[in-house]
Design a protein. Sequence first.
Length: 502
Amino acid sequence: MNHLVQAVESDNFQIMRVLFVSSEVFPLIKTGGLADVAGALPLALARLKTDVRLLMPGYPQALEAATRRKVVADLGNPLGAGPARLIEGRLADSKVPLLLIDCPSLYGRDGNPYLGPDGKDWPDNASRFGLLGHTAARLCAGESLIGWKPDILHGHDWQAGLAPAYLAAWGGTRPGTVFTIHNIAYQGLFDPSVLAPLELPITSFSMAGLEYYGQVSFLKAGCWYSDKITTVSPTYARQIQIPEQGCGMEGLLAGRAEDLVGILNGTDDAIWNPASDSYLAERYKPGDMIGKARNKAALQRELGLPMQPGRLLIAVISRLNDHKGMDVVIDSLPDLLMRQHCQFAGLGSGDAVIEAQFRALADRHSHHMALHLGYSEPLAHRIMAGADAFLMPSRMEPCGLTQMYALKYGAIPIVGATGGLVDTVADIDVQGETKAGRGFVLDDIGKASLLRAVKRANALFKDKVEWNRTAAANAGLDFSWKQSAQHYIDLYSNLLKRRSGA
């Protein structure tokens, strides 16, 4: 019996071996939600008795933070990039093995993993993340580099997209392949001249391969060559099959609709849980609205807002750009503060013009509005605990995590009707088929729609019994990674059954 069949038929999931490939992993290095997923999902898979190992570039921060490091393979001079080796380590307090590609010529740089000090892409990103895919494929094909070979190769976003392309080019036996799109707008586009140094055949540069409008697309490679494609919410899986949100990939994805699955991301209760959150003025059990009221008072004191428990305190924790609907928030704020008598707490950074507009509003309405430009993890937690409502009017949101944190912390969400926001927040007046109302969903992303939603929120806020009941019910929802991990295990198992003919 081959190892694919064994992995499927055994009740012991420890023999289902999964190689997880990501360009960033929390807490080693993070620029966005991908790092949160790559840090939490492997741990959840391991708890469900899956033998999972995590592969990422050996950035200086990652090499320094990993524990129990040891060299497990000499990679030689892969893709002519210079000497490289594979180092095994651990995330702190984790049993999941971490595999780091130590190639100083490509990864030995401080700062952002994708951008140089000038804010532009590193000019050799094709090589840097080509090596990530190349190493992942080597761990799956031929003789094992480390005495372990996966049943499933699971790559994440464009940076891991070449792994299944290498396996297809090399032929021979290979594992089942899964590729996850976290944000289809980022596609890893490069000039076709990168094919030769990446040691990929010129025949792969075609519509039935890597070619995307005359360029090489790492994202398309992952979507084209993988057995299964996942994305981070069911609604986003549907949306990326249409032109409005498919970013040019909609035809490919619609053609592979049977292999495309939306699995909602989870939240890490060890980090986001008001009952154990060390950043809060006072910890409280989810659903304890008295404890939440005390945190609201503490937040108002910290931010210099008037101690007015009867005013709806609305929070934004976000990148400040149009994509997140922040232009609409700016247009709406004077009405929210002066006519609807709300308070506002904002945290984030982004486009310079939008930052300046927020700053001007904060100066003009300092009695009702507090703003912190930049990011502070402790303050983010305290804002979530102190806010009555959480505003997230995104135009596109593949999954979103902060609305799930808001639900857990008793802040009722006000969200755009897109992606994972739709999958997690049913409108209080227009409820979903399977879930009670949890918040307020905008009709569209515009000032009038946002003001209507906040007006509805304000009306409910005046009914303290119903407001507290809704917030407490939301806090009891389970968005933990355990559920998401089980969906992935089912996906892996079904894929292995199909490939083995079982």
